[in-house]
Ligand binder design. Structure first.
Ligand code: FAD
Ligand code: 2HG
Ligand code: ZN
Length: 478
């Protein structure tokens, strides 16, 4: 990646020696101390194959006590550490930059308790999101978050990135849904904040510091999360819009007319659709062939099948009459619904297959959002493919620039323009993916110097040697 080429390894960190390996083997057992080259190659490389570290060691603790002893030891030896969950992060945060020790949470995947009355689930951080979804399904509940990476991402990774995803519109962010955490600090101290209460105003609510801190303040080992009941009526519509302004008006009308049952409002442009159709196996356009500039996926979730369906159908007729949509289908069964979702969820994968990709995950006021995509297209001309899609209902644009390979000429046309534009329009340069390595030096585009200074002080207080996920989140100068 072009961004990390300027970085130098911080010489204050030790390098691994035989005594270290001996200590870890004694603590964790041989098989949980991974030094195999092929296994390390995978965990040194991020999902996009854009960021690559050169760690010589991955540790696989089985409980919080082992995490505690690992960190205590690393802290005393000044060995740098990268916490890793499912390694699906998109900002280079989950892989080492140099030779940091990888602490992988995958073996900590037990469900601890589920209370059907309150809907509160307590589990270990390494549980894969989809296995939690499957567990809850049996109980008649769902997870309050859903994302395309559900098959590999872990709840601890979701919490650490404060992942948003596809149903934030209805259920809100993890800052609202996570009720408690257990974390291990860099010193090895285990911090018990594993409450299971909706309300608890006993001073500072410290768990919020760890939600979205990307492994820079501690390792999340347990999560307590509020889960909603699985409602019987879910409907999905896939609609075509002529222009962006229609998408925007459609969102306004959907909030008004669908109200409490609106659970997702996603959009994709024609370029994104084209990628999905060409690069994803078995994906086809559910709408009759015709040239549409924009597509919108609307999902409703409610408790009454006939009312909900009537409501959605009336809304679609009304939107058609207003001229906001030019075509549309409503999925008739679960399989059709999931194939419509597959188009939207598959776009990151389609982009990967198309070549190199520059990703920007931006919060921008909805009325301005697509201007950036248009401007970027004008800047880049035919040298790259500019793709716009994302969580329109949350004001979150995924701007992706796809080219055959990474190209410095293209890159200098994109940055710093994209950040300056976002900052000028009072947006955020990270809506949901985090800062990671990619944006550590860019943080001032979205945060004041005073706020960054306080972040650095908190980091220093909790991790005085700076061993946890160095080079990430905070700028070098701080
Ligand atoms: P990793 O990638 O392993 O780690 C992410 C960060 O968290 C790193 O900084 C790491 O050090 C830290 N970390 C991981 N586990 C822990 C832990 N237990 N304790 C402390 N720190 C930890 N994001 C969204 O917000 N919305 C989406 O819709 C979305 N869709 C995606 C779709 C695809 C196909 C992909 C590949 C990614 C998507 N993402 C999305 C990115 C998203 O951040 C991750 O998918 C997910 O939240 C990361 O979880 P993970 O377990 O893979 O974490
Ligand atoms: C999504 O919403 C993810 O699909 C990935 O957040 C976004 O690939 C991206 O830019
Ligand atoms: Zn997203």
């Amino acid at each position: 990646g072009t961004e990390s080429t300027m970085l130098k390894r911080n010489p204050k960190f030790s390098t691994l020696n035989d005594d270290d390996i001996r200590y870890f083997k004694e603590l964790l057992g041989e098989k949980n101390v991974v030094q195999d080259e092929d296994a390390l190659a995978a965990v040194n490389t991020d999902w996009m194959h854009k960021y690559r570290g050169s760690s010589k060691l991955m540790l696989q603790p089985r409980n919080a006590n082992e995490v505690s002893l690992i960190l205590k030891y690393c802290n005393s030896r000044c060995l740098a550490v990268v916490p890793q969950g499912g390694n699906t992060g998109l900002v280079g945060g989950s892989v080492p930059v140099f030779d940091e020790v990888i602490v992988s949470l995958g073996a900590m995947n037990n469900i601890i308790s589920f209370d059907k009355v309150s809907g509160i689930l307590v589990c270990e951080a390494g549980c894969i999101l989809e296995s939690l979804v499957n567990f809850l399904d049996q109980q008649g509940f769902i997870m309050p978050l859903d994302l395309g990476a559900k098959g590999s991402c872990q709840i601890g990774g979701n919490v650490s990135t404060n992942a948003g995803g596809l149903r934030l519109l209805l259920y809100g962010s993890l800052h609202g849904n996570v009720l408690g955490l257990e974390t291990v600090l860099a010193t090895g101290d285990v911090l018990d904040m594993l409450g299971t209460l909706r309300k608890d105003n006993t001073g500072y609510d410290l768990k919020h510091l760890f939600i979205g801190s990307e492994g820079s303040l501690g390792i999340v080992t347990k999560v307590s999360i509020l889960t909603p009941p699985k409602l019987p009526s879910v409907n999905v519509a896939f609609l075509a819009c002529h222009d962006y302004s229609s998408c925007q008006k459609l969102l306004f009308e959907a909030k008004l007319k669908l109200g409490e049952i609106l659970s997702a409002f996603e959009f994709l442009d024609e370029q994104a659709m084209d990628l999905a159709l060409n690069h994803l196996e078995g994906v086809r356009n559910p709408l009759p062939p015709s040239l549409h500039n924009f597509y919108v996926l609307i999902e409703t979730t409610g408790s009454h099948e006939t009312y909900d369906k009537e409501k959605l159908e009336a809304f679609l007729v009304y939107s058609m009459e207003l001229g906001l949509i030019s075509d549309g289908v409503v999925a008739q069964d679960l399989q059709q619904a999931s194939s419509v979702w597959r188009i939207r969820e598959g776009i990151p994968e389609a982009l990967m297959k198309a070549g190199a990709v520059y990703k920007y995950d931006l919060s921008i006021p909805v009325e301005k959002m697509y201007d950036l995509v248009d401007e970027m297209r004008n800047r880049l001309g035919s040298s790259a493919r500019v793709v716009g899609y994302g969580h329109l209902g949350d004001g979150n644009l995924h701007l992706n620039i796809s080219c055959p390979q990474y190209d410095d000429k293209v890159f200098t046309q994109i940055e710093p323009f994209v950040y300056e534009w976002t900052s000028k329009n009072r947006g955020s340069i990270s809506a949901e993916h985090g800062v990671g390595l990619m944006k550590a030096e860019k943080i001032f585009y979205s945060k004041s110097p005073g706020a960054v200074q306080l972040m650095a002080s908190i980091k220093n207080l909790l991790d005085p040697n700076g061993i946890l996920n160095p080079y990430k989140v905070l700028p070098r100068s701080s």
